[in-house]
Design a protein around this ligand. Structure first.
Ligand SMILES: [Zn+2]
Length: 216
């Protein structure tokens, strides 16, 4: 979408990657409840991502939804439906990132470790470099951890073609979940748009993920 707010935020990202301060942190005074740039961002909770900084967003401009992986979960959809239908946002931005921890485990492995499987605990200990202390109990909740599909790789490994592809798959899966939701308008005057990106934690730059495409 030419001339979109997302494009302006991508230009801010170039400034950020070049070392420029992009976010003003001072209290801005009273503001309306609706995000002024009509944008909602879904991003990973990773400590190396500062969403306001890397997109040059100011207080009051956007909704920012974060979770492990920046995954479009049922709760993320809940937030986006409220964001759009009640609070007037219209551009959604998905941000996954290189070296994401969600590339380094599987749902089955973490569940087995938590439930007391010694081999799984040992693998998780090796993967994370911390003692994995299993509670040795079963639970139905959370039903899924939503680790990224594909072959495991070491925690915080440098990016590779394979890890980039795995990130792209999940970004596209998230875009598809939003665009195909029956309550999310994608045509007409009330349509939302969705664009997905991979943030490179080694450069500070966002790279757009093509859509549609492979989802693994
Ligand atoms: Zn992450």
């Amino acid at each position: 979408m030419a001339g979109s707010v997302t494009d302006e935020l991508l230009a801010n990202n170039q400034d950020y990657a070049n070392g420029k301060a992009t976010h003003r942190s001072a209290y801005p005074g009273r503001q309306p409840i609706q995000p002024s740039r009509r944008v909602a961002v879904i991003a990973c909770m990773d400590a190396r991502l500062d969403v306001e900084d890397l997109l040059g967003l100011q207080t009051g401009e956007a909704h920012i939804i974060r979770n492990a992986g920046g995954v479009v979960t049922e709760d993320a959809i809940r937030c986006l439906l409220i964001s759009h239908h009640l609070l007037n946002t219209r551009e959604f931005i998905l941000v996954h990132h290189t070296r994401c921890g969600m590339l380094a485990f599987t749902d089955d492995l973490l569940k087995a470790g938590l439930e007391g499987d010694p081999a799984a605990s040992k693998l998780l200990c090796q993967a994370t470099g911390r003692d994995f202390v299993s509670p040795c109990k079963c639970s139905e909740s959370p039903a899924h951890f939503r680790a990224f599909r594909g072959a495991l790789e070491p925690l915080d490994a440098p990016r590779s073609g394979q890890s980039t592809e795995r990130l792209q798959w999940d970004v596209r899966r998230g875009m598809s979940a939003i665009l195909n939701h029956p309550w999310m308008p994608t045509s007409g005057p009330d349509a939302v748009s969705v664009r997905g990106f991979i943030y490179d934690v080694d450069t500070g730059k966002l790279e757009e993920v093509s859509y549609p495409g492979a989802i693994g």
